[in-house]
Design a protein. Structure first.
Length: 166
């Protein structure tokens, strides 16, 4: 059961499948692939594809799909919810440049908790804004793909796209 109060939502098509985008009165709160783990389920908010923050998120996604390694245009304000730890992890994800990867342990050390790689992994897995908050750029200690709420084939496709010249 979804307990967040969303102000608007839209459905969008992407090269990796349909997504739902949702905003609150504070900002972009969700961007989920259909069938993704931790998807909130049905959202009780009006369909408003013309909402400014939804359009801004769509523009960032369009840029991402057309040039995956290029910097994105400005994102709308983010309202990601979550615990303070999750917020810190998600902010760290935003600092990973396109085409680069970080290991869970590296993020844990960066956040001052070098033994918290599993806690980082749990927070990464709960990231509510796929692609734009780039949780797909985090890998296991040996560089392997070790999970993605949207599915490992999508994670691999996102990483492959970012490694190609735009």
């Amino acid at each position: 059961m979804n307990t967040r109060r969303f102000a608007a939502q839209a459905r969008i098509d992407t090269p990796l499948g349909p997504m739902t985008v949702a905003v609150t009165t504070q900002g972009l709160a969700g961007l989920w692939f259909d069938g993704q783990a931790h998807h909130p389920g049905p959202i009780e908010a009006p369909l408003q594809p013309s909402h400014p923050w939804i359009r801004q998120a769509q523009a960032a996604l369009a840029r991402y799909w057309s040039a995956p390694g290029a910097p994105l245009p400005a994102l709308p304000p983010l309202d990601l919810g979550g615990t303070p730890w999750q917020q810190a992890v998600w902010q760290a994800l935003l600092a990973i440049p396109p085409g680069h990867r970080r290991r869970y342990g590296e993020l844990a050390a960066q956040l001052g908790r070098p033994r918290a790689a599993r806690a980082v992994g749990a927070a990464v897995g709960r990231n509510p804004v796929s692609v734009l908050v780039p949780c797909h750029r985090v890998t296991g200690q040996d560089g392997s793909l070790t999970g993605y709420a949207g599915g490992l084939p999508r994670k691999q496709a996102l990483l492959d796209g970012e490694s190609r010249p735009s």
